[in-house]
Design a binder for this molecule. Structure first.
Ligand code: ZN
Length: 345
Protein backbone atom coordinates (compact mmCIF):
# COMPACT_ATOMS: atom_id res chain seq x y z
CA UNK A 1 0.00 0.00 0.00
CA UNK A 2 2.82 2.36 0.79
CA UNK A 3 4.07 1.84 -2.75
CA UNK A 4 0.59 2.33 -4.20
CA UNK A 5 0.17 5.58 -2.38
CA UNK A 6 3.59 6.85 -3.29
CA UNK A 7 2.89 6.18 -6.96
CA UNK A 8 -0.52 7.74 -6.75
CA UNK A 9 1.00 10.83 -5.18
CA UNK A 10 3.34 11.13 -8.12
CA UNK A 11 0.33 10.88 -10.43
CA UNK A 12 -1.28 13.75 -8.59
CA UNK A 13 1.88 15.70 -9.32
CA UNK A 14 1.18 15.22 -13.03
CA UNK A 15 3.18 12.15 -14.06
CA UNK A 16 0.20 10.26 -15.37
CA UNK A 17 2.18 7.54 -17.15
CA UNK A 18 2.49 5.68 -13.84
CA UNK A 19 -0.59 3.87 -12.62
CA UNK A 20 -1.51 2.29 -9.32
CA UNK A 21 -1.99 -1.46 -9.16
CA UNK A 22 -5.31 -1.23 -7.36
CA UNK A 23 -8.00 -3.04 -9.35
CA UNK A 24 -10.63 -0.98 -11.12
CA UNK A 25 -13.54 -0.03 -8.93
CA UNK A 26 -16.40 -2.48 -9.22
CA UNK A 27 -19.65 -0.88 -10.21
CA UNK A 28 -21.27 0.26 -7.01
CA UNK A 29 -24.77 -1.05 -6.41
CA UNK A 30 -27.31 1.70 -6.04
CA UNK A 31 -28.20 2.19 -2.37
CA UNK A 32 -31.64 0.86 -1.53
CA UNK A 33 -32.50 4.00 0.36
CA UNK A 34 -31.49 7.52 -0.67
CA UNK A 35 -28.84 9.41 1.25
CA UNK A 36 -30.55 11.34 4.04
CA UNK A 37 -30.72 15.11 3.65
CA UNK A 38 -30.25 17.49 6.56
CA UNK A 39 -31.30 21.10 6.85
CA UNK A 40 -29.14 23.96 8.10
CA UNK A 41 -30.65 23.47 11.57
CA UNK A 42 -29.69 19.78 11.52
CA UNK A 43 -33.13 18.26 10.91
CA UNK A 44 -33.52 15.21 8.74
CA UNK A 45 -35.51 16.50 5.74
CA UNK A 46 -35.21 13.43 3.51
CA UNK A 47 -38.47 13.31 1.52
CA UNK A 48 -40.81 10.68 2.95
CA UNK A 49 -42.01 7.86 0.72
CA UNK A 50 -45.69 7.61 -0.22
CA UNK A 51 -46.01 4.65 2.16
CA UNK A 52 -44.57 6.71 5.04
CA UNK A 53 -46.87 9.63 4.22
CA UNK A 54 -49.91 7.34 4.20
CA UNK A 55 -48.83 5.91 7.55
CA UNK A 56 -48.62 9.40 9.08
CA UNK A 57 -51.93 10.36 7.43
CA UNK A 58 -53.80 7.70 9.40
CA UNK A 59 -53.93 10.14 12.30
CA UNK A 60 -55.51 12.99 10.30
CA UNK A 61 -59.15 14.03 10.38
CA UNK A 62 -61.12 14.21 7.14
CA UNK A 63 -60.77 18.00 7.00
CA UNK A 64 -57.02 17.85 7.72
CA UNK A 65 -56.64 15.28 4.93
CA UNK A 66 -58.55 17.54 2.52
CA UNK A 67 -56.20 20.43 3.25
CA UNK A 68 -52.82 18.73 3.75
CA UNK A 69 -52.96 15.95 1.16
CA UNK A 70 -55.44 17.44 -1.32
CA UNK A 71 -54.29 21.07 -1.23
CA UNK A 72 -57.45 22.43 0.32
CA UNK A 73 -57.95 25.74 2.14
CA UNK A 74 -59.71 26.23 5.45
CA UNK A 75 -62.27 29.05 5.67
CA UNK A 76 -60.74 32.41 6.68
CA UNK A 77 -60.90 33.39 10.37
CA UNK A 78 -61.91 29.85 11.34
CA UNK A 79 -58.53 28.27 12.15
CA UNK A 80 -57.58 27.84 15.80
CA UNK A 81 -54.06 29.25 15.35
CA UNK A 82 -54.86 32.50 13.53
CA UNK A 83 -55.12 34.43 16.78
CA UNK A 84 -52.65 32.33 18.77
CA UNK A 85 -50.24 34.73 20.51
CA UNK A 86 -48.37 32.21 22.69
CA UNK A 87 -44.60 31.79 22.27
CA UNK A 88 -43.54 28.56 20.67
CA UNK A 89 -42.98 26.56 17.50
CA UNK A 90 -45.38 25.60 14.73
CA UNK A 91 -44.63 22.12 13.40
CA UNK A 92 -46.03 20.19 10.45
CA UNK A 93 -49.27 18.45 11.43
CA UNK A 94 -48.36 15.42 9.32
CA UNK A 95 -44.64 14.75 9.87
CA UNK A 96 -43.81 17.08 12.82
CA UNK A 97 -41.02 19.02 11.07
CA UNK A 98 -40.64 22.50 12.67
CA UNK A 99 -41.89 25.07 10.15
CA UNK A 100 -42.42 28.47 11.81
CA UNK A 101 -41.73 30.21 15.10
CA UNK A 102 -43.97 32.59 16.98
CA UNK A 103 -41.36 35.38 16.73
CA UNK A 104 -41.95 35.48 12.94
CA UNK A 105 -45.75 35.53 13.27
CA UNK A 106 -47.67 38.72 12.61
CA UNK A 107 -51.28 39.83 12.35
CA UNK A 108 -52.01 40.11 8.66
CA UNK A 109 -55.78 40.48 8.81
CA UNK A 110 -56.06 37.81 6.12
CA UNK A 111 -57.81 35.32 8.38
CA UNK A 112 -55.00 32.75 8.34
CA UNK A 113 -51.87 32.38 10.48
CA UNK A 114 -49.19 34.53 8.84
CA UNK A 115 -45.40 34.45 9.20
CA UNK A 116 -42.68 36.54 7.56
CA UNK A 117 -40.21 33.63 7.39
CA UNK A 118 -39.93 29.90 8.09
CA UNK A 119 -37.86 28.54 10.98
CA UNK A 120 -35.39 27.21 8.40
CA UNK A 121 -35.59 27.96 4.66
CA UNK A 122 -34.82 24.28 3.99
CA UNK A 123 -38.03 23.22 5.74
CA UNK A 124 -40.50 24.89 3.40
CA UNK A 125 -40.62 24.22 -0.34
CA UNK A 126 -42.09 26.77 -2.77
CA UNK A 127 -43.83 25.73 -5.96
CA UNK A 128 -45.64 27.73 -8.70
CA UNK A 129 -49.41 27.32 -8.49
CA UNK A 130 -51.47 28.46 -11.49
CA UNK A 131 -54.78 26.95 -10.40
CA UNK A 132 -58.04 28.91 -10.01
CA UNK A 133 -56.92 31.35 -12.72
CA UNK A 134 -54.29 32.90 -10.44
CA UNK A 135 -50.51 32.92 -10.35
CA UNK A 136 -49.53 32.07 -6.82
CA UNK A 137 -46.70 30.30 -5.01
CA UNK A 138 -47.70 27.25 -3.03
CA UNK A 139 -45.76 26.31 0.13
CA UNK A 140 -45.28 22.72 1.19
CA UNK A 141 -43.50 20.89 3.99
CA UNK A 142 -40.08 19.87 2.66
CA UNK A 143 -40.19 16.45 4.31
CA UNK A 144 -43.72 15.16 3.73
CA UNK A 145 -44.85 17.49 0.89
CA UNK A 146 -47.93 18.33 2.96
CA UNK A 147 -49.76 21.42 1.66
CA UNK A 148 -49.32 24.43 3.97
CA UNK A 149 -50.77 27.36 2.04
CA UNK A 150 -49.20 30.08 -0.12
CA UNK A 151 -46.53 32.76 0.16
CA UNK A 152 -47.16 36.33 -1.03
CA UNK A 153 -44.82 39.32 -1.58
CA UNK A 154 -46.77 41.65 0.71
CA UNK A 155 -45.39 40.84 4.16
CA UNK A 156 -43.66 43.08 6.70
CA UNK A 157 -39.90 43.64 7.12
CA UNK A 158 -37.38 42.14 7.24
CA UNK A 159 -38.41 39.78 4.42
CA UNK A 160 -41.43 41.54 2.89
CA UNK A 161 -43.03 38.12 2.53
CA UNK A 162 -46.24 36.66 3.96
CA UNK A 163 -46.36 32.90 4.48
CA UNK A 164 -50.11 32.34 4.69
CA UNK A 165 -50.72 28.95 6.33
CA UNK A 166 -53.73 26.84 7.17
CA UNK A 167 -54.09 26.29 10.93
CA UNK A 168 -54.97 22.69 10.21
CA UNK A 169 -51.60 22.12 8.49
CA UNK A 170 -49.85 22.98 11.76
CA UNK A 171 -49.51 21.81 15.35
CA UNK A 172 -48.35 24.30 17.98
CA UNK A 173 -45.78 23.42 20.67
CA UNK A 174 -45.57 26.10 23.34
CA UNK A 175 -42.11 26.98 24.67
CA UNK A 176 -41.20 24.83 27.67
CA UNK A 177 -43.13 21.84 26.36
CA UNK A 178 -41.37 18.73 25.03
CA UNK A 179 -41.07 18.58 21.25
CA UNK A 180 -41.97 15.27 19.56
CA UNK A 181 -38.91 13.22 18.53
CA UNK A 182 -39.56 13.86 14.82
CA UNK A 183 -39.39 17.60 15.51
CA UNK A 184 -35.91 17.45 17.02
CA UNK A 185 -32.67 17.92 15.09
CA UNK A 186 -30.65 14.80 14.37
CA UNK A 187 -28.27 13.75 17.15
CA UNK A 188 -25.16 12.75 15.28
CA UNK A 189 -22.67 10.32 16.84
CA UNK A 190 -19.05 9.41 16.14
CA UNK A 191 -17.52 6.02 15.40
CA UNK A 192 -13.97 4.96 14.45
CA UNK A 193 -12.82 1.97 12.44
CA UNK A 194 -9.35 0.86 11.37
CA UNK A 195 -9.31 -1.90 8.76
CA UNK A 196 -6.29 -1.55 6.50
CA UNK A 197 -5.86 1.18 3.91
CA UNK A 198 -8.05 4.07 5.02
CA UNK A 199 -8.87 5.11 1.45
CA UNK A 200 -11.14 2.13 1.03
CA UNK A 201 -12.60 2.10 4.54
CA UNK A 202 -13.46 5.79 4.23
CA UNK A 203 -14.89 5.42 0.73
CA UNK A 204 -17.25 2.53 1.46
CA UNK A 205 -18.51 3.93 4.78
CA UNK A 206 -19.10 7.34 3.18
CA UNK A 207 -21.57 5.75 0.75
CA UNK A 208 -23.86 4.39 3.47
CA UNK A 209 -27.14 6.19 4.10
CA UNK A 210 -26.91 7.74 7.56
CA UNK A 211 -23.15 8.31 7.41
CA UNK A 212 -22.79 12.07 7.32
CA UNK A 213 -19.03 12.32 7.09
CA UNK A 214 -16.00 10.03 6.89
CA UNK A 215 -12.48 11.29 7.53
CA UNK A 216 -9.18 9.40 7.15
CA UNK A 217 -6.62 9.68 9.94
CA UNK A 218 -4.32 8.01 12.41
CA UNK A 219 -5.20 6.61 15.82
CA UNK A 220 -4.03 4.33 18.57
CA UNK A 221 -0.31 5.18 18.65
CA UNK A 222 2.10 7.36 20.58
CA UNK A 223 3.15 10.03 18.10
CA UNK A 224 1.15 13.21 18.78
CA UNK A 225 1.83 14.81 15.39
CA UNK A 226 1.82 11.87 13.00
CA UNK A 227 2.50 12.19 9.29
CA UNK A 228 1.74 9.56 6.69
CA UNK A 229 5.43 8.87 6.25
CA UNK A 230 5.92 8.26 9.96
CA UNK A 231 2.83 6.05 10.28
CA UNK A 232 3.90 4.09 7.19
CA UNK A 233 7.18 3.25 8.89
CA UNK A 234 5.17 1.13 11.32
CA UNK A 235 6.93 2.60 14.34
CA UNK A 236 4.35 5.07 15.66
CA UNK A 237 1.81 2.50 16.85
CA UNK A 238 -0.90 4.36 14.95
CA UNK A 239 -3.36 2.54 12.74
CA UNK A 240 -4.86 4.04 9.60
CA UNK A 241 -8.29 4.84 10.96
CA UNK A 242 -11.50 6.45 9.75
CA UNK A 243 -13.67 8.77 11.81
CA UNK A 244 -17.37 8.56 11.00
CA UNK A 245 -20.12 10.98 11.85
CA UNK A 246 -23.44 9.18 11.63
CA UNK A 247 -27.11 9.61 12.38
CA UNK A 248 -28.17 6.76 14.70
CA UNK A 249 -31.79 7.40 13.74
CA UNK A 250 -30.91 6.28 10.19
CA UNK A 251 -28.09 3.76 10.68
CA UNK A 252 -27.35 1.90 13.89
CA UNK A 253 -23.92 1.16 15.36
CA UNK A 254 -24.69 -2.53 14.84
CA UNK A 255 -25.15 -1.88 11.12
CA UNK A 256 -21.80 -0.04 11.03
CA UNK A 257 -20.13 -3.04 12.67
CA UNK A 258 -21.70 -5.38 10.10
CA UNK A 259 -20.51 -3.17 7.27
CA UNK A 260 -17.00 -3.03 8.75
CA UNK A 261 -16.72 -6.81 8.63
CA UNK A 262 -17.93 -6.85 5.03
CA UNK A 263 -15.22 -4.50 3.79
CA UNK A 264 -12.07 -5.98 5.29
CA UNK A 265 -10.57 -9.22 6.53
CA UNK A 266 -10.53 -9.11 10.36
CA UNK A 267 -8.28 -12.18 10.76
CA UNK A 268 -4.94 -10.94 9.41
CA UNK A 269 -3.31 -9.34 12.46
CA UNK A 270 -0.82 -6.66 11.46
CA UNK A 271 -1.72 -6.92 7.82
CA UNK A 272 -4.47 -6.36 5.29
CA UNK A 273 -3.74 -8.25 2.10
CA UNK A 274 -0.57 -6.83 0.53
CA UNK A 275 -0.39 -4.06 3.10
CA UNK A 276 1.84 -5.20 5.91
CA UNK A 277 2.51 -3.46 9.22
CA UNK A 278 0.73 -2.56 12.47
CA UNK A 279 -0.73 0.52 10.78
CA UNK A 280 -2.99 -1.87 8.82
CA UNK A 281 -4.31 -3.82 11.83
CA UNK A 282 -8.04 -4.12 12.46
CA UNK A 283 -9.34 -2.01 15.36
CA UNK A 284 -12.71 -0.79 16.55
CA UNK A 285 -12.16 2.40 18.56
CA UNK A 286 -15.23 2.90 20.74
CA UNK A 287 -16.53 6.21 22.05
CA UNK A 288 -18.77 5.01 24.88
CA UNK A 289 -19.77 1.99 26.93
CA UNK A 290 -22.68 1.15 24.63
CA UNK A 291 -20.44 0.97 21.55
CA UNK A 292 -17.92 -1.08 23.50
CA UNK A 293 -20.55 -3.65 24.54
CA UNK A 294 -21.99 -3.89 21.03
CA UNK A 295 -18.56 -4.29 19.44
CA UNK A 296 -17.56 -7.00 21.93
CA UNK A 297 -20.82 -8.93 21.44
CA UNK A 298 -20.52 -8.56 17.67
CA UNK A 299 -17.01 -10.01 17.52
CA UNK A 300 -17.94 -12.86 19.85
CA UNK A 301 -20.89 -13.70 17.60
CA UNK A 302 -18.76 -13.45 14.45
CA UNK A 303 -16.10 -15.70 15.94
CA UNK A 304 -18.78 -18.24 16.72
CA UNK A 305 -20.71 -18.34 13.47
CA UNK A 306 -19.80 -15.43 11.18
CA UNK A 307 -18.09 -15.41 7.81
CA UNK A 308 -14.65 -15.51 9.48
CA UNK A 309 -15.47 -18.06 12.20
CA UNK A 310 -12.98 -20.63 10.85
CA UNK A 311 -10.07 -18.33 11.72
CA UNK A 312 -9.09 -16.31 14.77
CA UNK A 313 -10.50 -12.79 14.57
CA UNK A 314 -7.72 -10.35 15.43
CA UNK A 315 -9.80 -7.18 15.55
CA UNK A 316 -8.98 -5.18 18.67
CA UNK A 317 -11.54 -3.16 20.60
CA UNK A 318 -10.27 -0.18 22.52
CA UNK A 319 -11.54 3.09 23.88
CA UNK A 320 -11.00 5.73 21.21
CA UNK A 321 -7.83 7.73 21.83
CA UNK A 322 -7.18 11.02 20.04
CA UNK A 323 -7.78 10.93 16.28
CA UNK A 324 -5.31 12.74 14.03
CA UNK A 325 -6.71 13.75 10.65
CA UNK A 326 -4.53 12.59 7.74
CA UNK A 327 -3.07 14.90 5.14
CA UNK A 328 -5.61 16.43 2.73
CA UNK A 329 -4.50 14.34 -0.25
CA UNK A 330 -5.64 11.19 1.58
CA UNK A 331 -9.22 12.47 2.07
CA UNK A 332 -11.92 11.22 -0.33
CA UNK A 333 -9.13 9.52 -2.28
CA UNK A 334 -11.18 6.86 -4.07
CA UNK A 335 -14.05 9.27 -4.66
CA UNK A 336 -11.68 11.68 -6.41
CA UNK A 337 -9.42 9.22 -8.22
CA UNK A 338 -11.50 6.08 -8.62
CA UNK A 339 -10.18 2.65 -7.76
CA UNK A 340 -11.05 0.34 -4.94
CA UNK A 341 -9.20 -2.19 -2.84
CA UNK A 342 -10.23 -5.84 -3.00
CA UNK A 343 -10.97 -7.60 0.28
CA UNK A 344 -8.12 -10.00 0.95
CA UNK A 345 -9.01 -13.64 1.65
ZN1 ZN B 1 -44.36 17.57 7.02
Amino acid sequence: MLIHKALATIIIAGLSFITTTCPAAPEQPKPETPKPMYSATGHNITPLTQAQIQEHAKGLTQEETRIILNKGTEPAFCGNLTDNHLQGTYICKLCKLPLFKSDAKFISGSGWPSFFQPVDPDHVVEKPDNTLGMKRTEILCARCAGHLGHVFPDGPPPTGRRFCVNSLSLSFIENGHEMPDQAKPAQFKTAYFAGGCFWSVEDTFAKLPGVIDAVSGYQGGNDDSPTYKEVSSGTTGHAESVMLTYDPAVISYQQLLEHFFKIHNPTQGNRQGPDIGPQYRSVIFTTDEEQHKLAKAFIEAQQKEGKWSDRKITTEIMQAPKFYKAEDYHQDYHARHGGACAIPD
